[in-house]
Design a protein around this ligand. Structure first.
Ligand code: SAM
Length: 290
């Protein structure tokens, strides 16, 4: 079963229309090792089903469905490593007092809450299209007495409910992978950032080192979807999550996409052998695309 062709028109083609390699195609050695070591085989979602699930409304319904148990499932399935990634992500932000941060695809406000704790005097505007994820976020924000510092809005990242040059910084953690029209999202981020503002995105990746790489892929393909789907009470949510990581572009390609939206001074930081990656870019001080 091959994932790329189903998404070729959108996710599988780069901005100049050339076909990209999928993560699976880029790692023949780990695939082979995985097959030998663990009897690795492709995951259960066919290309058609993945393409269907990546439709906007279905993604929203899926996040609504898993919202109430999202934090617990994440902690359990990532074996708490995600808390380290989130702390690093927030540490890299280096926000000054008085900064307005747009946390897009805010989900259950894990990043926004950490940002407020680490940086006094920072305000966060959180945007997400899943009302139930926002409901969980609202409860957590209330419990931590951060209502006066974090505001929440229902909205689509492809057409942000935000004015031009509104944010000093924008974060998207584990959100952009779910959106086929990444170019639209990146352009919206550019528009909503102040000149000189920074964009910081975190996404999942795959370690490229022997043993750890194939072992992680095996976990990703077989163990995580099995338990994740069971915990979320669906037969697809965590299989979908694994597949979206496979169809996400390579590091170089995604940086090229960020630059194509106008950002300069781009960089990538790898966490835990590349299991997560932090991408960064800046809107030029002149305000026009770099
Ligand atoms: C995997 S969760 C990540 C949540 C949070 N940022 C975190 O780090 O845990 C992805 C989030 O993206 C949101 N999302 C996906 N596509 C979106 C879109 N087009 N517009 C707004 N939110 C979207 C989902 O509702 C979900 O809350």
């Amino acid at each position: 079963m091959k994932i790329a062709p189903a998404n070729e028109k959108k996710a599988g083609r780069n901005m100049s229309g050339n076909r990209q390699q999928t993560e699976r195609e880029r790692a023949p050695v780990s695939r082979a090792m995985g097959r030998v070591l663990f009897g690795w085989r492709e995951t259960a979602l066919g290309p058609k089903r993945l393409k269907g699930l990546m439709e906007h409304e279905k993604v929203r319904r899926m996040f609504d469905t898993i919202a109430s148990a999202y934090d617990l499932q994440n902690r359990f399935l990532a074996m708490w490593i995600d808390t380290h990634w989130r702390n690093m992500f927030v540490r890299y932000l280096r926000l000054k007092e008085g900064t307005v941060l747009g946390d897009l695809a805010i989900g259950t406000a894990e990043i926004a809450i950490r940002a407020c704790r680490r940086y006094p005097g920072v305000r966060v505007v959180g945007i997400d299209f899943s009302p139930r994820m926002l409901r969980v976020a609202r409860r957590k924000i209330g419990e931590r007495r951060l209502r006066d510092r974090i505001e929440l809005h229902v909205g689509d990242l492809r057409a942000l409910p935000a004015g031009d040059a509104q944010f000093d910084a924008i974060t998207i953690s584990f959100g952009i992978r779910n959106i086929v029209e990444r170019d639209r999202v990146l352009r919206e981020c550019f528009r909503a950032l102040k000149p000189g503002g920074k964009l910081q995105i975190m996404e999942l990746g795959f370690p490229k080192i022997p043993i750890v790489g194939p072992a992680y892929r095996y976990y990703f393909d077989h163990i995580m979807p099995l338990y994740g789907n069971w915990l979320s009470g669906t037969d697809y949510a965590y299989t979908y999550l694994a597949e979206t990581v496979y169809v996400f572009p390579s590091e170089e390609r995604f940086i090229a996409e960020i630059r194509a939206a106008g950002f300069t001074r781009t960089s990538v930081v790898s966490l835990t052998y590349g299991m997560a990656k932090i991408y960064r870019g800046h809107k030029p001080r002149g305000g026009t695309p770099g």
